[in-house]
Design a protein around this ligand. Structure first.
Ligand code: FAD
Ligand code: NA7
Length: 553
C-alpha cells in the first residue's frame, strides 16, 4: 500500500457525500458536489490515481472508439477550447493525460483517497446515513453515497484448469501493469472482443509469435483513425455548443445523425454503396446506426450488414480456412466493434488462430496451453482479453446493504434493476453513475447527464430540508420493465455478450441498458423533475419499519 497516497487526505471520517470511483463519473461528481453545492465530499478509488478505465486498461493498442472531440466533458467551455488533440480517436495515454489535467484544473485530488478499496456500505435507518467500510481500518459515513464504480471495471478471468501453474507472465488487459515487454516473446491472447481486437492488432508486429484463442468470431469494421486537419478541429471548437446540443438529443451520442432509412427500402446496389461509404469512413456505431435505421432491429437488415462484413473478411484474409474461422454467422448484435486492421493480422506468418469453441482450452500448463485435441501452444506470455463482469459486477462484489440490511446482490438476484439507471428502492440516498438500465451510448455525455441530474436531486433534497430521497418500488419496477420492452424490440438480446450479462458463467441473462437513446433519456429525466421528482419519496428519517416484502423479482 502506498501510504503517501492515503495520507494526502485528512483524518476526517464524516462527510456530506462519499463518491466511489475517480473515473469520468467520480471526478465530475466531486466537482459538482463540492464546488457547486458546497458539500463536504470524499472520493475513494482503489486505483493509485485518477482515470478509472483509462488508469487500468493500459494494454498496447487501447483506444476509445468514440471520436476524440466527443470523448470528453462538455460542461466547461474553456476546457473544451484549451485541450489540444489531433487524432480522430484518442488513445489510452491521451485520455489519461486529459483526466489528469481535469483533476489538476479543478483541484480534485485533495479530496480523493487513492489506493483505498471500498469493501461495503450499509444504510443506517436510524439516522439516514451510509456507513462505508474500506480495506483500511477506518470506517466512514455520509448522508449521500454516489457509486461511480464503472460499468466495465470488474475484470473477468476464466477459471481454466491449471491457470495457477503457468510459469510465464499473465495479464488481464483491464489490469495492465506498466513496463510490460512483449517484443520477441511467444504470446497467447484469449478473447476477441473489442479489447482483444485492439491488443492483437497492436502487438502482432512486435512479438515473436502470437497465438489467438478465439471462442466467437466478431463483426468489425475499420475505426478510421488518423490525423484530423487543423481546420476541422477549429470548426469543431467554434461549433461546440451546437455539437453538444445535437449529441445530447441524439440516440447514440456518437456525433452522427442516426439513419432514418430502413435497409430494405433501398436497392441492393444502394445498400452496398452506403455500407462501403461507412466502411471507408470508419466507426462501429456509425456503421450500425448511421447507415440504416433498422440494423439492430430487423433481421433482414441485420443480415445485410452482417453479409457485407463477411465479404470483407473473405477479401482481406488470404488463407480461406483462417477466413472461415474468423467469419461470424450469428446476428450482428453486440456493441459494434471497429479496429485498426484486425483481420489482416491473420495474413502474418507469426500469427496463429485457434478456434476454442470447436477445440476448447483443456488446461493451462507451466509452459503454455493445451487444447482438448491435445495440441500444445508454448507461450512466454498469456493475455486475458476476456472482458468484464459488466454493469452490476462491481456492485454485486461489494457488501452493499440497503434498508433492512438487504444486500444489493439479493435485490438483483434475477438481474439488476433500477429507477432511471441511477437509483434503487430500499437504497435511499444512493445514486449510481452508469448503474444498470442507464443509456447505451457514447458514455461521457450520459455520465454528465447523470452526474448533473444527481447533483440537482441532492440540491433539491437539501433545499427541502429533507433527510431521505428514495426511489419507490413501483418506479423501479416500471422503469426496469420499460427497459426490457425496449431491449426486446432489438436483436441485441440474441447476441451473447456482456451487455446482457451473457459472458459470465451463471450470471442471469438480463437487460442492462436503456436502449431508447440519450435524447429520450434526457427527456424522461426532465419530466421526472418537472413532476416534482416523480417516482421518488423525499422525506425525513422515517421510524424503522420491518420490510417484510423482501425483493423477489
Ligand atoms: P470507470 O472509468 O470504470 O471508473 C470507475 C472507478 O471506480 C475505477 O477507477 C475503479 O478503480 C473504481 N472502483 C470500482 N470499484 C471500487 C471499489 N470497490 N472501491 C474503490 N474504487 C472502486 N466508452 C465509450 O463511451 N467510448 C469508448 O470508446 C469506450 N472505450 C472503452 C474501452 C475499454 C477498453 C473499456 C474497458 C471501456 C471503454 N468505454 C468506452 C467505457 C468506459 O468505461 C467509459 O467510457 C468511462 O470511462 C466510464 O467512466 P466511469 O467513471 O463511469 O467508470
Ligand atoms: P468482451 O467484449 O466481453 O470480450 C471478451 C472476449 O473474451 C470475447 O471474445 C469472449 O468470447 C472471450 N472469452 C471470455 N471468456 C472466455 C473463455 N472462458 N474462453 C475463451 N474466450 C473467452 O470484453 P472486451 O474487454 O473485449 O470489451 C468490453 C467492452 O470494453 C467493449 O464493449 C468496449 O465497450 C470496451 P465470447 O464472445 O464470450 O465467446
Amino acid at each position: 500500500m502506498n501510504t503517501s497516497a492515503r495520507a494526502r487526505t485528512s483524518s476526517q471520517t464524516e462527510f456530506d457525500a462519499i463518491v466511489i470511483g475517480a473515473g469520468f463519473g467520480g471526478l465530475y461528481m466531486l466537482h459538482k458536489l463540492r464546488d457547486e453545492l458546497g458539500l463536504n465530499v470524499r472520493v475513494f478509488d482503489k486505483a493509485g490515481d485518477v482515470g478509472g478505465t483509462w488508469y487500468w486498461n493500459r494494454y498496447p493498442g487501447a483506444l476509445s472508439d468514440t471520436e476524440t472531440y466527443l470523448y470528453c466533458y462538455s460542461f466547461d467551455k474553456a476546457l473544451l477550447q484549451d485541450w489540444d488533440w489531433n487524432t480522430r480517436y484518442v488513445n489510452q495515454p491521451n485520455i489519461l493525460a486529459y483526466l489528469n489535467h481535469v483533476a489538476d484544473r479543478f483541484d480534485l485530488r485533495r479530496d480523493i483517497q487513492f489506493e483505498t478499496a471500498v469493501t461495503g456500505a450499509r444504510f443506517d435507518e436510524t439516522n439516514g446515513r451510509w456507513i462505508v467500510t474500506t480495506d483500511t481500518d477506518v470506517t466512514y459515513s455520509a448522508k449521500y453515497l454516489v457509486t461511480a464504480l464503472g460499468l466495465l471495471s470488474a475484470t473477468n478471468v476464466p477459471q481454466f484448469n491449471g491457470i495457477e501453474t503457468f510459469a510465464g507472465e499473465q495479464y488481464h488487459t483491464g489490469n495492465w501493469p506498466p513496463d510490460v515487454r512483449l517484443a520477441g516473446k511467444r504470446v497467447g491472447v484469449i478473447g476477441t472482443g473489442s479489447t482483444g481486437l485492439q491488443v492483437i492488432t497492436a502487438i502482432a508486429p512486435e512479438v515473436k509469435h502470437l497465438t489467438v484463442f478465439q471462442r466467437t468470431p466478431q463483426y468489425s469494421v475499420p475505426v478510421g483513425n488518423g490525423i484530423v486537419p487543423d481546420e476541422e478541429i477549429a470548426g469543431i471548437k467554434a461549433n461546440y455548443d451546437a455539437i453538444w446540443k445535437d449529441v445530447k438529443t441524439s440516440m447514440t451520442a456518437f456525433g452522427f445523425h442516426e439513419s432514418t432509412v430502413p435497409a430494405m427500402s433501398v436497392s441492393a446496389g444502394e445498400r452496398e454503396r452506403v455500407f462501403e461509404r461507412a466502411w471507408q469512413r470508419g466507426g462501429g456505431f456509425r456503421f450500425m446506426f448511421g447507415t440504416f435505421s433498422d440494423i439492430a432491429t430487423d433481421e433482414a437488415a441485420n443480415e445485410a450488414a452482417a453479409e457485407f462484413i463477411r465479404k470483407k473478411i473473405a477479401q482481406i484474409v488470404k488463407d480461406p480456412a483462417t477466413a472461415e474461422k474468423l467469419t461470424p454467422r450469428d446476428y450482428y448484435a453486440k456493441r459494434p466493434l471497429c479496429d485498426s486492421g484486425y483481420y489482416a493480422v491473420y495474413n502474418r506468418d507469426n500469427v496463429t488462430l485457434e478456434d476454442v469453441k470447436a477445440n476448447p482450452v483443456a488446461e493451462v500448463l507451466p509452459h503454455g496451453i493445451r487444447l482438448e485435441d491435445g495440441t500444445e501452444h508454448e507461450l512466454d506470455v498469456l493475455i486475458y482479453a476476456t472482458g468484464f463482469d459488466g454493469v452490476d459486477g462491481s456492485y454485486t462484489k461489494l457488501d452493499l446493504r440497503g434498508r433492512g440490511g438487504e444486500l444489493i446482490r439479493d435485490h438483483w438476484k434475477h438481474g439488476p434493476t433500477s429507477y432511471l439507471g441511477m437509483t434503487v428502492n430500499k437504497f435511499p440516498n444512493m445514486f449510481m453513475v452508469l448503474g444498470p438500465n442507464g443509456p447505451f451510448t457514447n458514455l461521457p455525455p450520459s455520465i454528465e447527464t447523470q452526474v448533473e441530474w444527481i447533483s440537482d436531486c441532492i440540491a433539491h433534497t437539501e433545499r427541502a430540508g429533507q433527510d431521505i430521497v428514495e426511489a419507490t418500488r413501483a418506479a423501479e419496477d416500471s422503469w426496469s420493465a420499460n427497459c426490457k420492452e425496449i431491449a426486446d424490440a432489438t436483436l441485441f438480446g440474441k447476441g451473447n455478450s456482456w451487455i446482457f450479462g451473457a459472458n459470465i458463467p451463471g450470471k442471469p441473462h438480463a437487460v442492462m441498458f436503456y436502449m431508447a437513446g440519450l435524447g429520450s433519456y434526457r427527456e424522461v429525466l426532465s419530466e421526472v423533475v418537472a413532476e416534482d421528482y416523480r417516482g421518488f419519496e423525499i422525506t425525513d428519517v422515517a421510524p424503522v419499519v420491518e420490510h417484510a416484502e423482501a425483493a423477489d423479482h
